[in-house]
Design a binder for this molecule. Structure first.
Ligand code: GLN
Length: 489
């Protein structure tokens, strides 16, 4: 089956560049035209610089002509969530407080993409400072789901997911603190991978909750995600939480690892609140693995019911500290109304931050305040240890854990906007993975009767991304849902 160029897999585009049936300039032109044609309706981008992207594409073509292509990503446009620093490009976190900020340096992932010859394409919308699950909390505009423009693309990396689903980039980067790569991937029929904490450098990522944040790839396929992960993974002295570990050849490993695997199904993840169509699709995927000869075992993650509660203590505590730097003094929005220095802090923050960010700073400040620290923050940290322990215990029996990614398909814009708790619950299956520091990915797993994408979550052992990708591909090969595209034309 042939698809339009803008919907082709990264692997296929890379092969076309390699065998000279396509130039990087032609490819970049295609994505620029596509973005201009659809983004007025989708709203995935905060901004893009077509001239700069074309210049990078010309440089890639020149390298290839000289026999110096830097590898499989050379000449490929990859979209970046607007929390990842790229030198000379806007860096706003979709917040008014950074509305006019331009990054003076490259974050490590941007530097690595550039070293691989990829084109850092566009600044993609998100929930302000990555706080949200729908991209409705953006301080710029709401992003729409290309599969149904009345619905959310998920979040917080909704712009990254929507851009890729709409055919406006060949792959994208997002960040995932509690599900922000996996949940939008599920809602937009994409593969999304949150790496093990420490695999990908956070240097140059605007911090939300530093002990949970990880950057990771969105791809159309498992192979595409593996190719992008290859470029960005690895130790970085500029991030003190970056881990020293050998980075395998993820793409090559895909062909080598064939199973059969032992797959765990946590009983706590299939209860109340799970949409029946999502449940049926995920159960069908379990049946597929069984058919491949995998052993399916029920496992228990007994502290799951405390995951959302402890997450919203830890994440808000860290965000209240991380966001203290936005004070109107060194960079970002400065209030024109302030009467003195203290008032300048107050006014600049009051004008610059949106309501969800303020809610979280207040919550985080409260749980860290003296007298409450032990009751909330310390206790949440202890629960976090128990949650990680649950997973590690399960891994004594199984190689990977299979769950739904999101309890529901994409919901309507506005449906949960007035109810923060309902919104927080949309991350119920993804948050434990961040608390435990594990790798997790979402893989397309079918569609509802109404035509909305469904995602399957696979959770792996620490730093076992190669195995996780292979397990995911064993499903994808038999169920190539990625060959379906939204009807935007
Ligand atoms: N929805 C979760 C939150 O609002 C997770 C967001 C994320 O992963 N960045 O915190």
């Amino acid at each position: 089956m042939s698809s339009p160029l803008h919907h082709e897999t990264l692997a296929a585009l890379s092969a076309k560049l390699e065998n000279r049936t396509l130039t990087s300039v032609e490819l970049m032109q295609t994505f620029i035209e596509r973005t201009r044609a659809v983004d007025g309706r989708v709203g995935a981008f905060n901004s893009f610089d077509a001239d700069d992207a074309l210049e990078q594409a010309r440089a890639s073509d020149a390298r290839r002509a000289a026999g110096q292509a830097r590898g499989p990503l050379d000449g490929i446009p990859i979209g970046l969530k607007d929390v990842i620093a790229v030198e000379g490009q806007p860096l706003t976190a979709s917040s008014k407080i950074l509305a006019n900020f331009v990054s003076p340096y490259d974050g490590t992932v941007a530097r690595k993409l550039k070293e691989a010859g990829a084109i850092c394409w566009g600044r993609l919308n998100l929930d302000e400072f990555a706080m949200g699950s729908s991209t409705e909390n953006s301080g710029t505009h709401v992003t729409r789901n290309p599969w149904d423009l009345e619905r959310v693309p998920g979040g917080s990396s909704g712009g990254s997911a929507a851009a890729l689903a709409a055919g406006a980039a060949a792959a994208a980067l997002g960040s995932d603190t509690g599900g922000s790569i996996r949940q939008p991937a599920a809602l937009c029929n994409l593969v999304g991978l949150k790496p093990t904490y420490g695999l990908v450098s956070r240097y140059g990522l605007i911090a939300y909750a530093s002990s949970l944040d990880q950057i990771g790839p969105f791809g159309r396929t498992v192979e595409d995600a593996a190719m992008v992960l290859q470029a960005i993974a690895g130790h970085d002295p500029l991030d003190s939480t970056s881990f020293r570990t050998e980075i395998p050849d993820y793409r090559a490993e895909l062909g080598r690892r064939k199973g059969p695997w032992k797959i765990g199904i946590p009983k706590e993840y299939f209860g109340e609140g799970l949409d029946p169509e999502v449940s049926a699709a995920v159960q069908a995927a379990v049946g597929h693995y069984r058919g491949l000869g995998c052993e399916i075992a029920e496992v228990s993650l007994p502290h799951t019911k405390y995951a959302v509660g402890s997450y919203y203590i830890i994440a808000t505590a860290e965000c209240s500290s991380n966001l203290a730097r936005f004070d109107g003094i060194r960079y970002g929005h400065r209030s024109a109304k302030a009467s003195d220095i203290v008032d300048l802090y107050f006014q600049s923050r009051a004008e610059g931050f949106g309501p969800e960010v303020k809610r979280r700073i207040i919550l985080g400040t409260y749980v860290l305040s003296s007298g409450y620290y032990d009751a909330y923050y310390l206790r949440a940290q202890k629960v976090r240890t128990l949650i990680r322990g649950d997973f590690l215990k399960a891994y004594e029996k199984v190689d990977a854990i299979l769950t739904p990614t999101s309890p529901t398909p994409a919901f309507k814009i506005g449906e949960k906007a007035a109810d923060p708790l309902a919104m927080y619950l949309s991350d119920i299956y993804t948050i434990g993975v961040n608390l435990a520091g594990l790798p997790g990915m979402s893989v397309p797993c079918g569609f509802t009767k109404a035509g909305l994408p469904i995602g399957l979550q696979l959770i792996g052992k620490p730093f076992e991304e190669a195995e996780l990708l292979a397990i995911a591909q064993a499903y994808e090969t038999a169920h190539p849902w990625y060959q379906r595209f939204p009807k935007l034309d």
